[in-house]
Design a protein around this ligand. Sequence first.
Ligand SMILES: Nc1ncnc2c1ncn2[C@@H]1O[C@H](COP(=O)(O)OP(=O)(O)OP(=O)(O)O)[C@@H](O)[C@H]1O
Length: 380
Amino acid sequence: MGETPIIELKNIAVSFDGEAVLKDFNLRIRGGEFVTLLGPSGCGKTTTLRIVGGFVHPDQGDVFFNGQKINDVPPHKREVNTIFQKYALFPHLNVYDNVAFGMRVHGKSEKEIKSTVKNMLNMVNLNGFAHRNVNRLSGGQQQRVAIARALANHPKVLLLDEPLGALDLKLRKDMQAELKKIQQQTGITFIFVTHDQEEALSMSDTVVVMDKGEIQQIGSPQDIYNEPKNAFVADFIGESNILDGVMVDDYLAEFAGQRFRCVDKGFAKNEPVDVVIRPEDIDVVAPDESPLSGVVTSVTFKGVHYEIIVDVAGFKWMIQSTDFQEEGSKIGLLLQPDDIHIMKKSEYSGMFGDYTTFSDEMDEDILASQREEAEEEDEI
Ligand SMILES: Nc1ncnc2c1ncn2[C@@H]1O[C@H](COP(=O)(O)OP(=O)(O)OP(=O)(O)O)[C@@H](O)[C@H]1O
């Protein structure tokens, strides 16, 4: 990447209580991008955001903003704002004063404040709500106020930590589309944290898939979905059948007791591999038309397709098909060579560990930083 990234994390390592949370973490984010950090709870997403925001100091490594090292720049001096799942609005202020807060701290004129607040409320579809008490707003409306408040400061980078996590599904979908539109309109770099893969795929320019403090893959949503780099990414992004296999030769893999043509090469002969097959890529045929055949053990209607579990010699295959199949019937599964994805064996066990979150602590941090900022301005 030739151009200077707006944010760069270089060789970052962080441990809490002797536990490594981020390990030699390197990430470059281009200005104007919508980047999502995606991964299971506890993988280090929030910690990564907190490093960019200046609330966590890494044990090792550097943080750059437009090429300048900002390791020692305090949070309120960074051109970065944060939005949380819990909106952290000021309950004693109305909508207008919440949105105006940052600008007042920075000593902007009331005239400028008025026009900016109007524009921001317009952008988040809250026209006419300026004088409403924030306690009388729904969760979705409160989150819109939080977004308007953050945007009013014209940050260069907006950090969004599961901002839609508290909303119900329908509202969440609407807000996803709105946030995406706002990001495109403003051109602000968004770094968005979620553990919802569908949300990540539908909103982002770039997705950073993380597990256990390490980046597993960085790419466009299409790359991540179509070309997962390892079994973890394949399983976390969408549903997958993951089988143990052996690469017999270039373009030839053995799994499920059979040999299959595939499109992958470059593995050592007899190298153990993970074989990943998406449920929607499997065709249902008559049992005698495929070497893979088994008994349907469950059928669930999912709205657009049926999710069908088929027991083939003890391995439960998941397939998605628009055609209904009877439970107990025998069917054949047909695989095309380019639907068979061969991956280097990983240690991934298919289990997401236990986790704890520290968002409450982070809300406290940001409020403390805002207070600090206000006090500093008062002194001038
Ligand atoms: N201040 C802290 N003190 C001790 N441990 C912490 C602290 N902050 C985070 N951790 C630990 O670091 C790990 C990563 O936490 P982090 O909040 O970054 O993960 P996450 O991917 O954002 O998870 P979630 O989606 O649940 O918010 C967790 O195991 C957590 O217990």
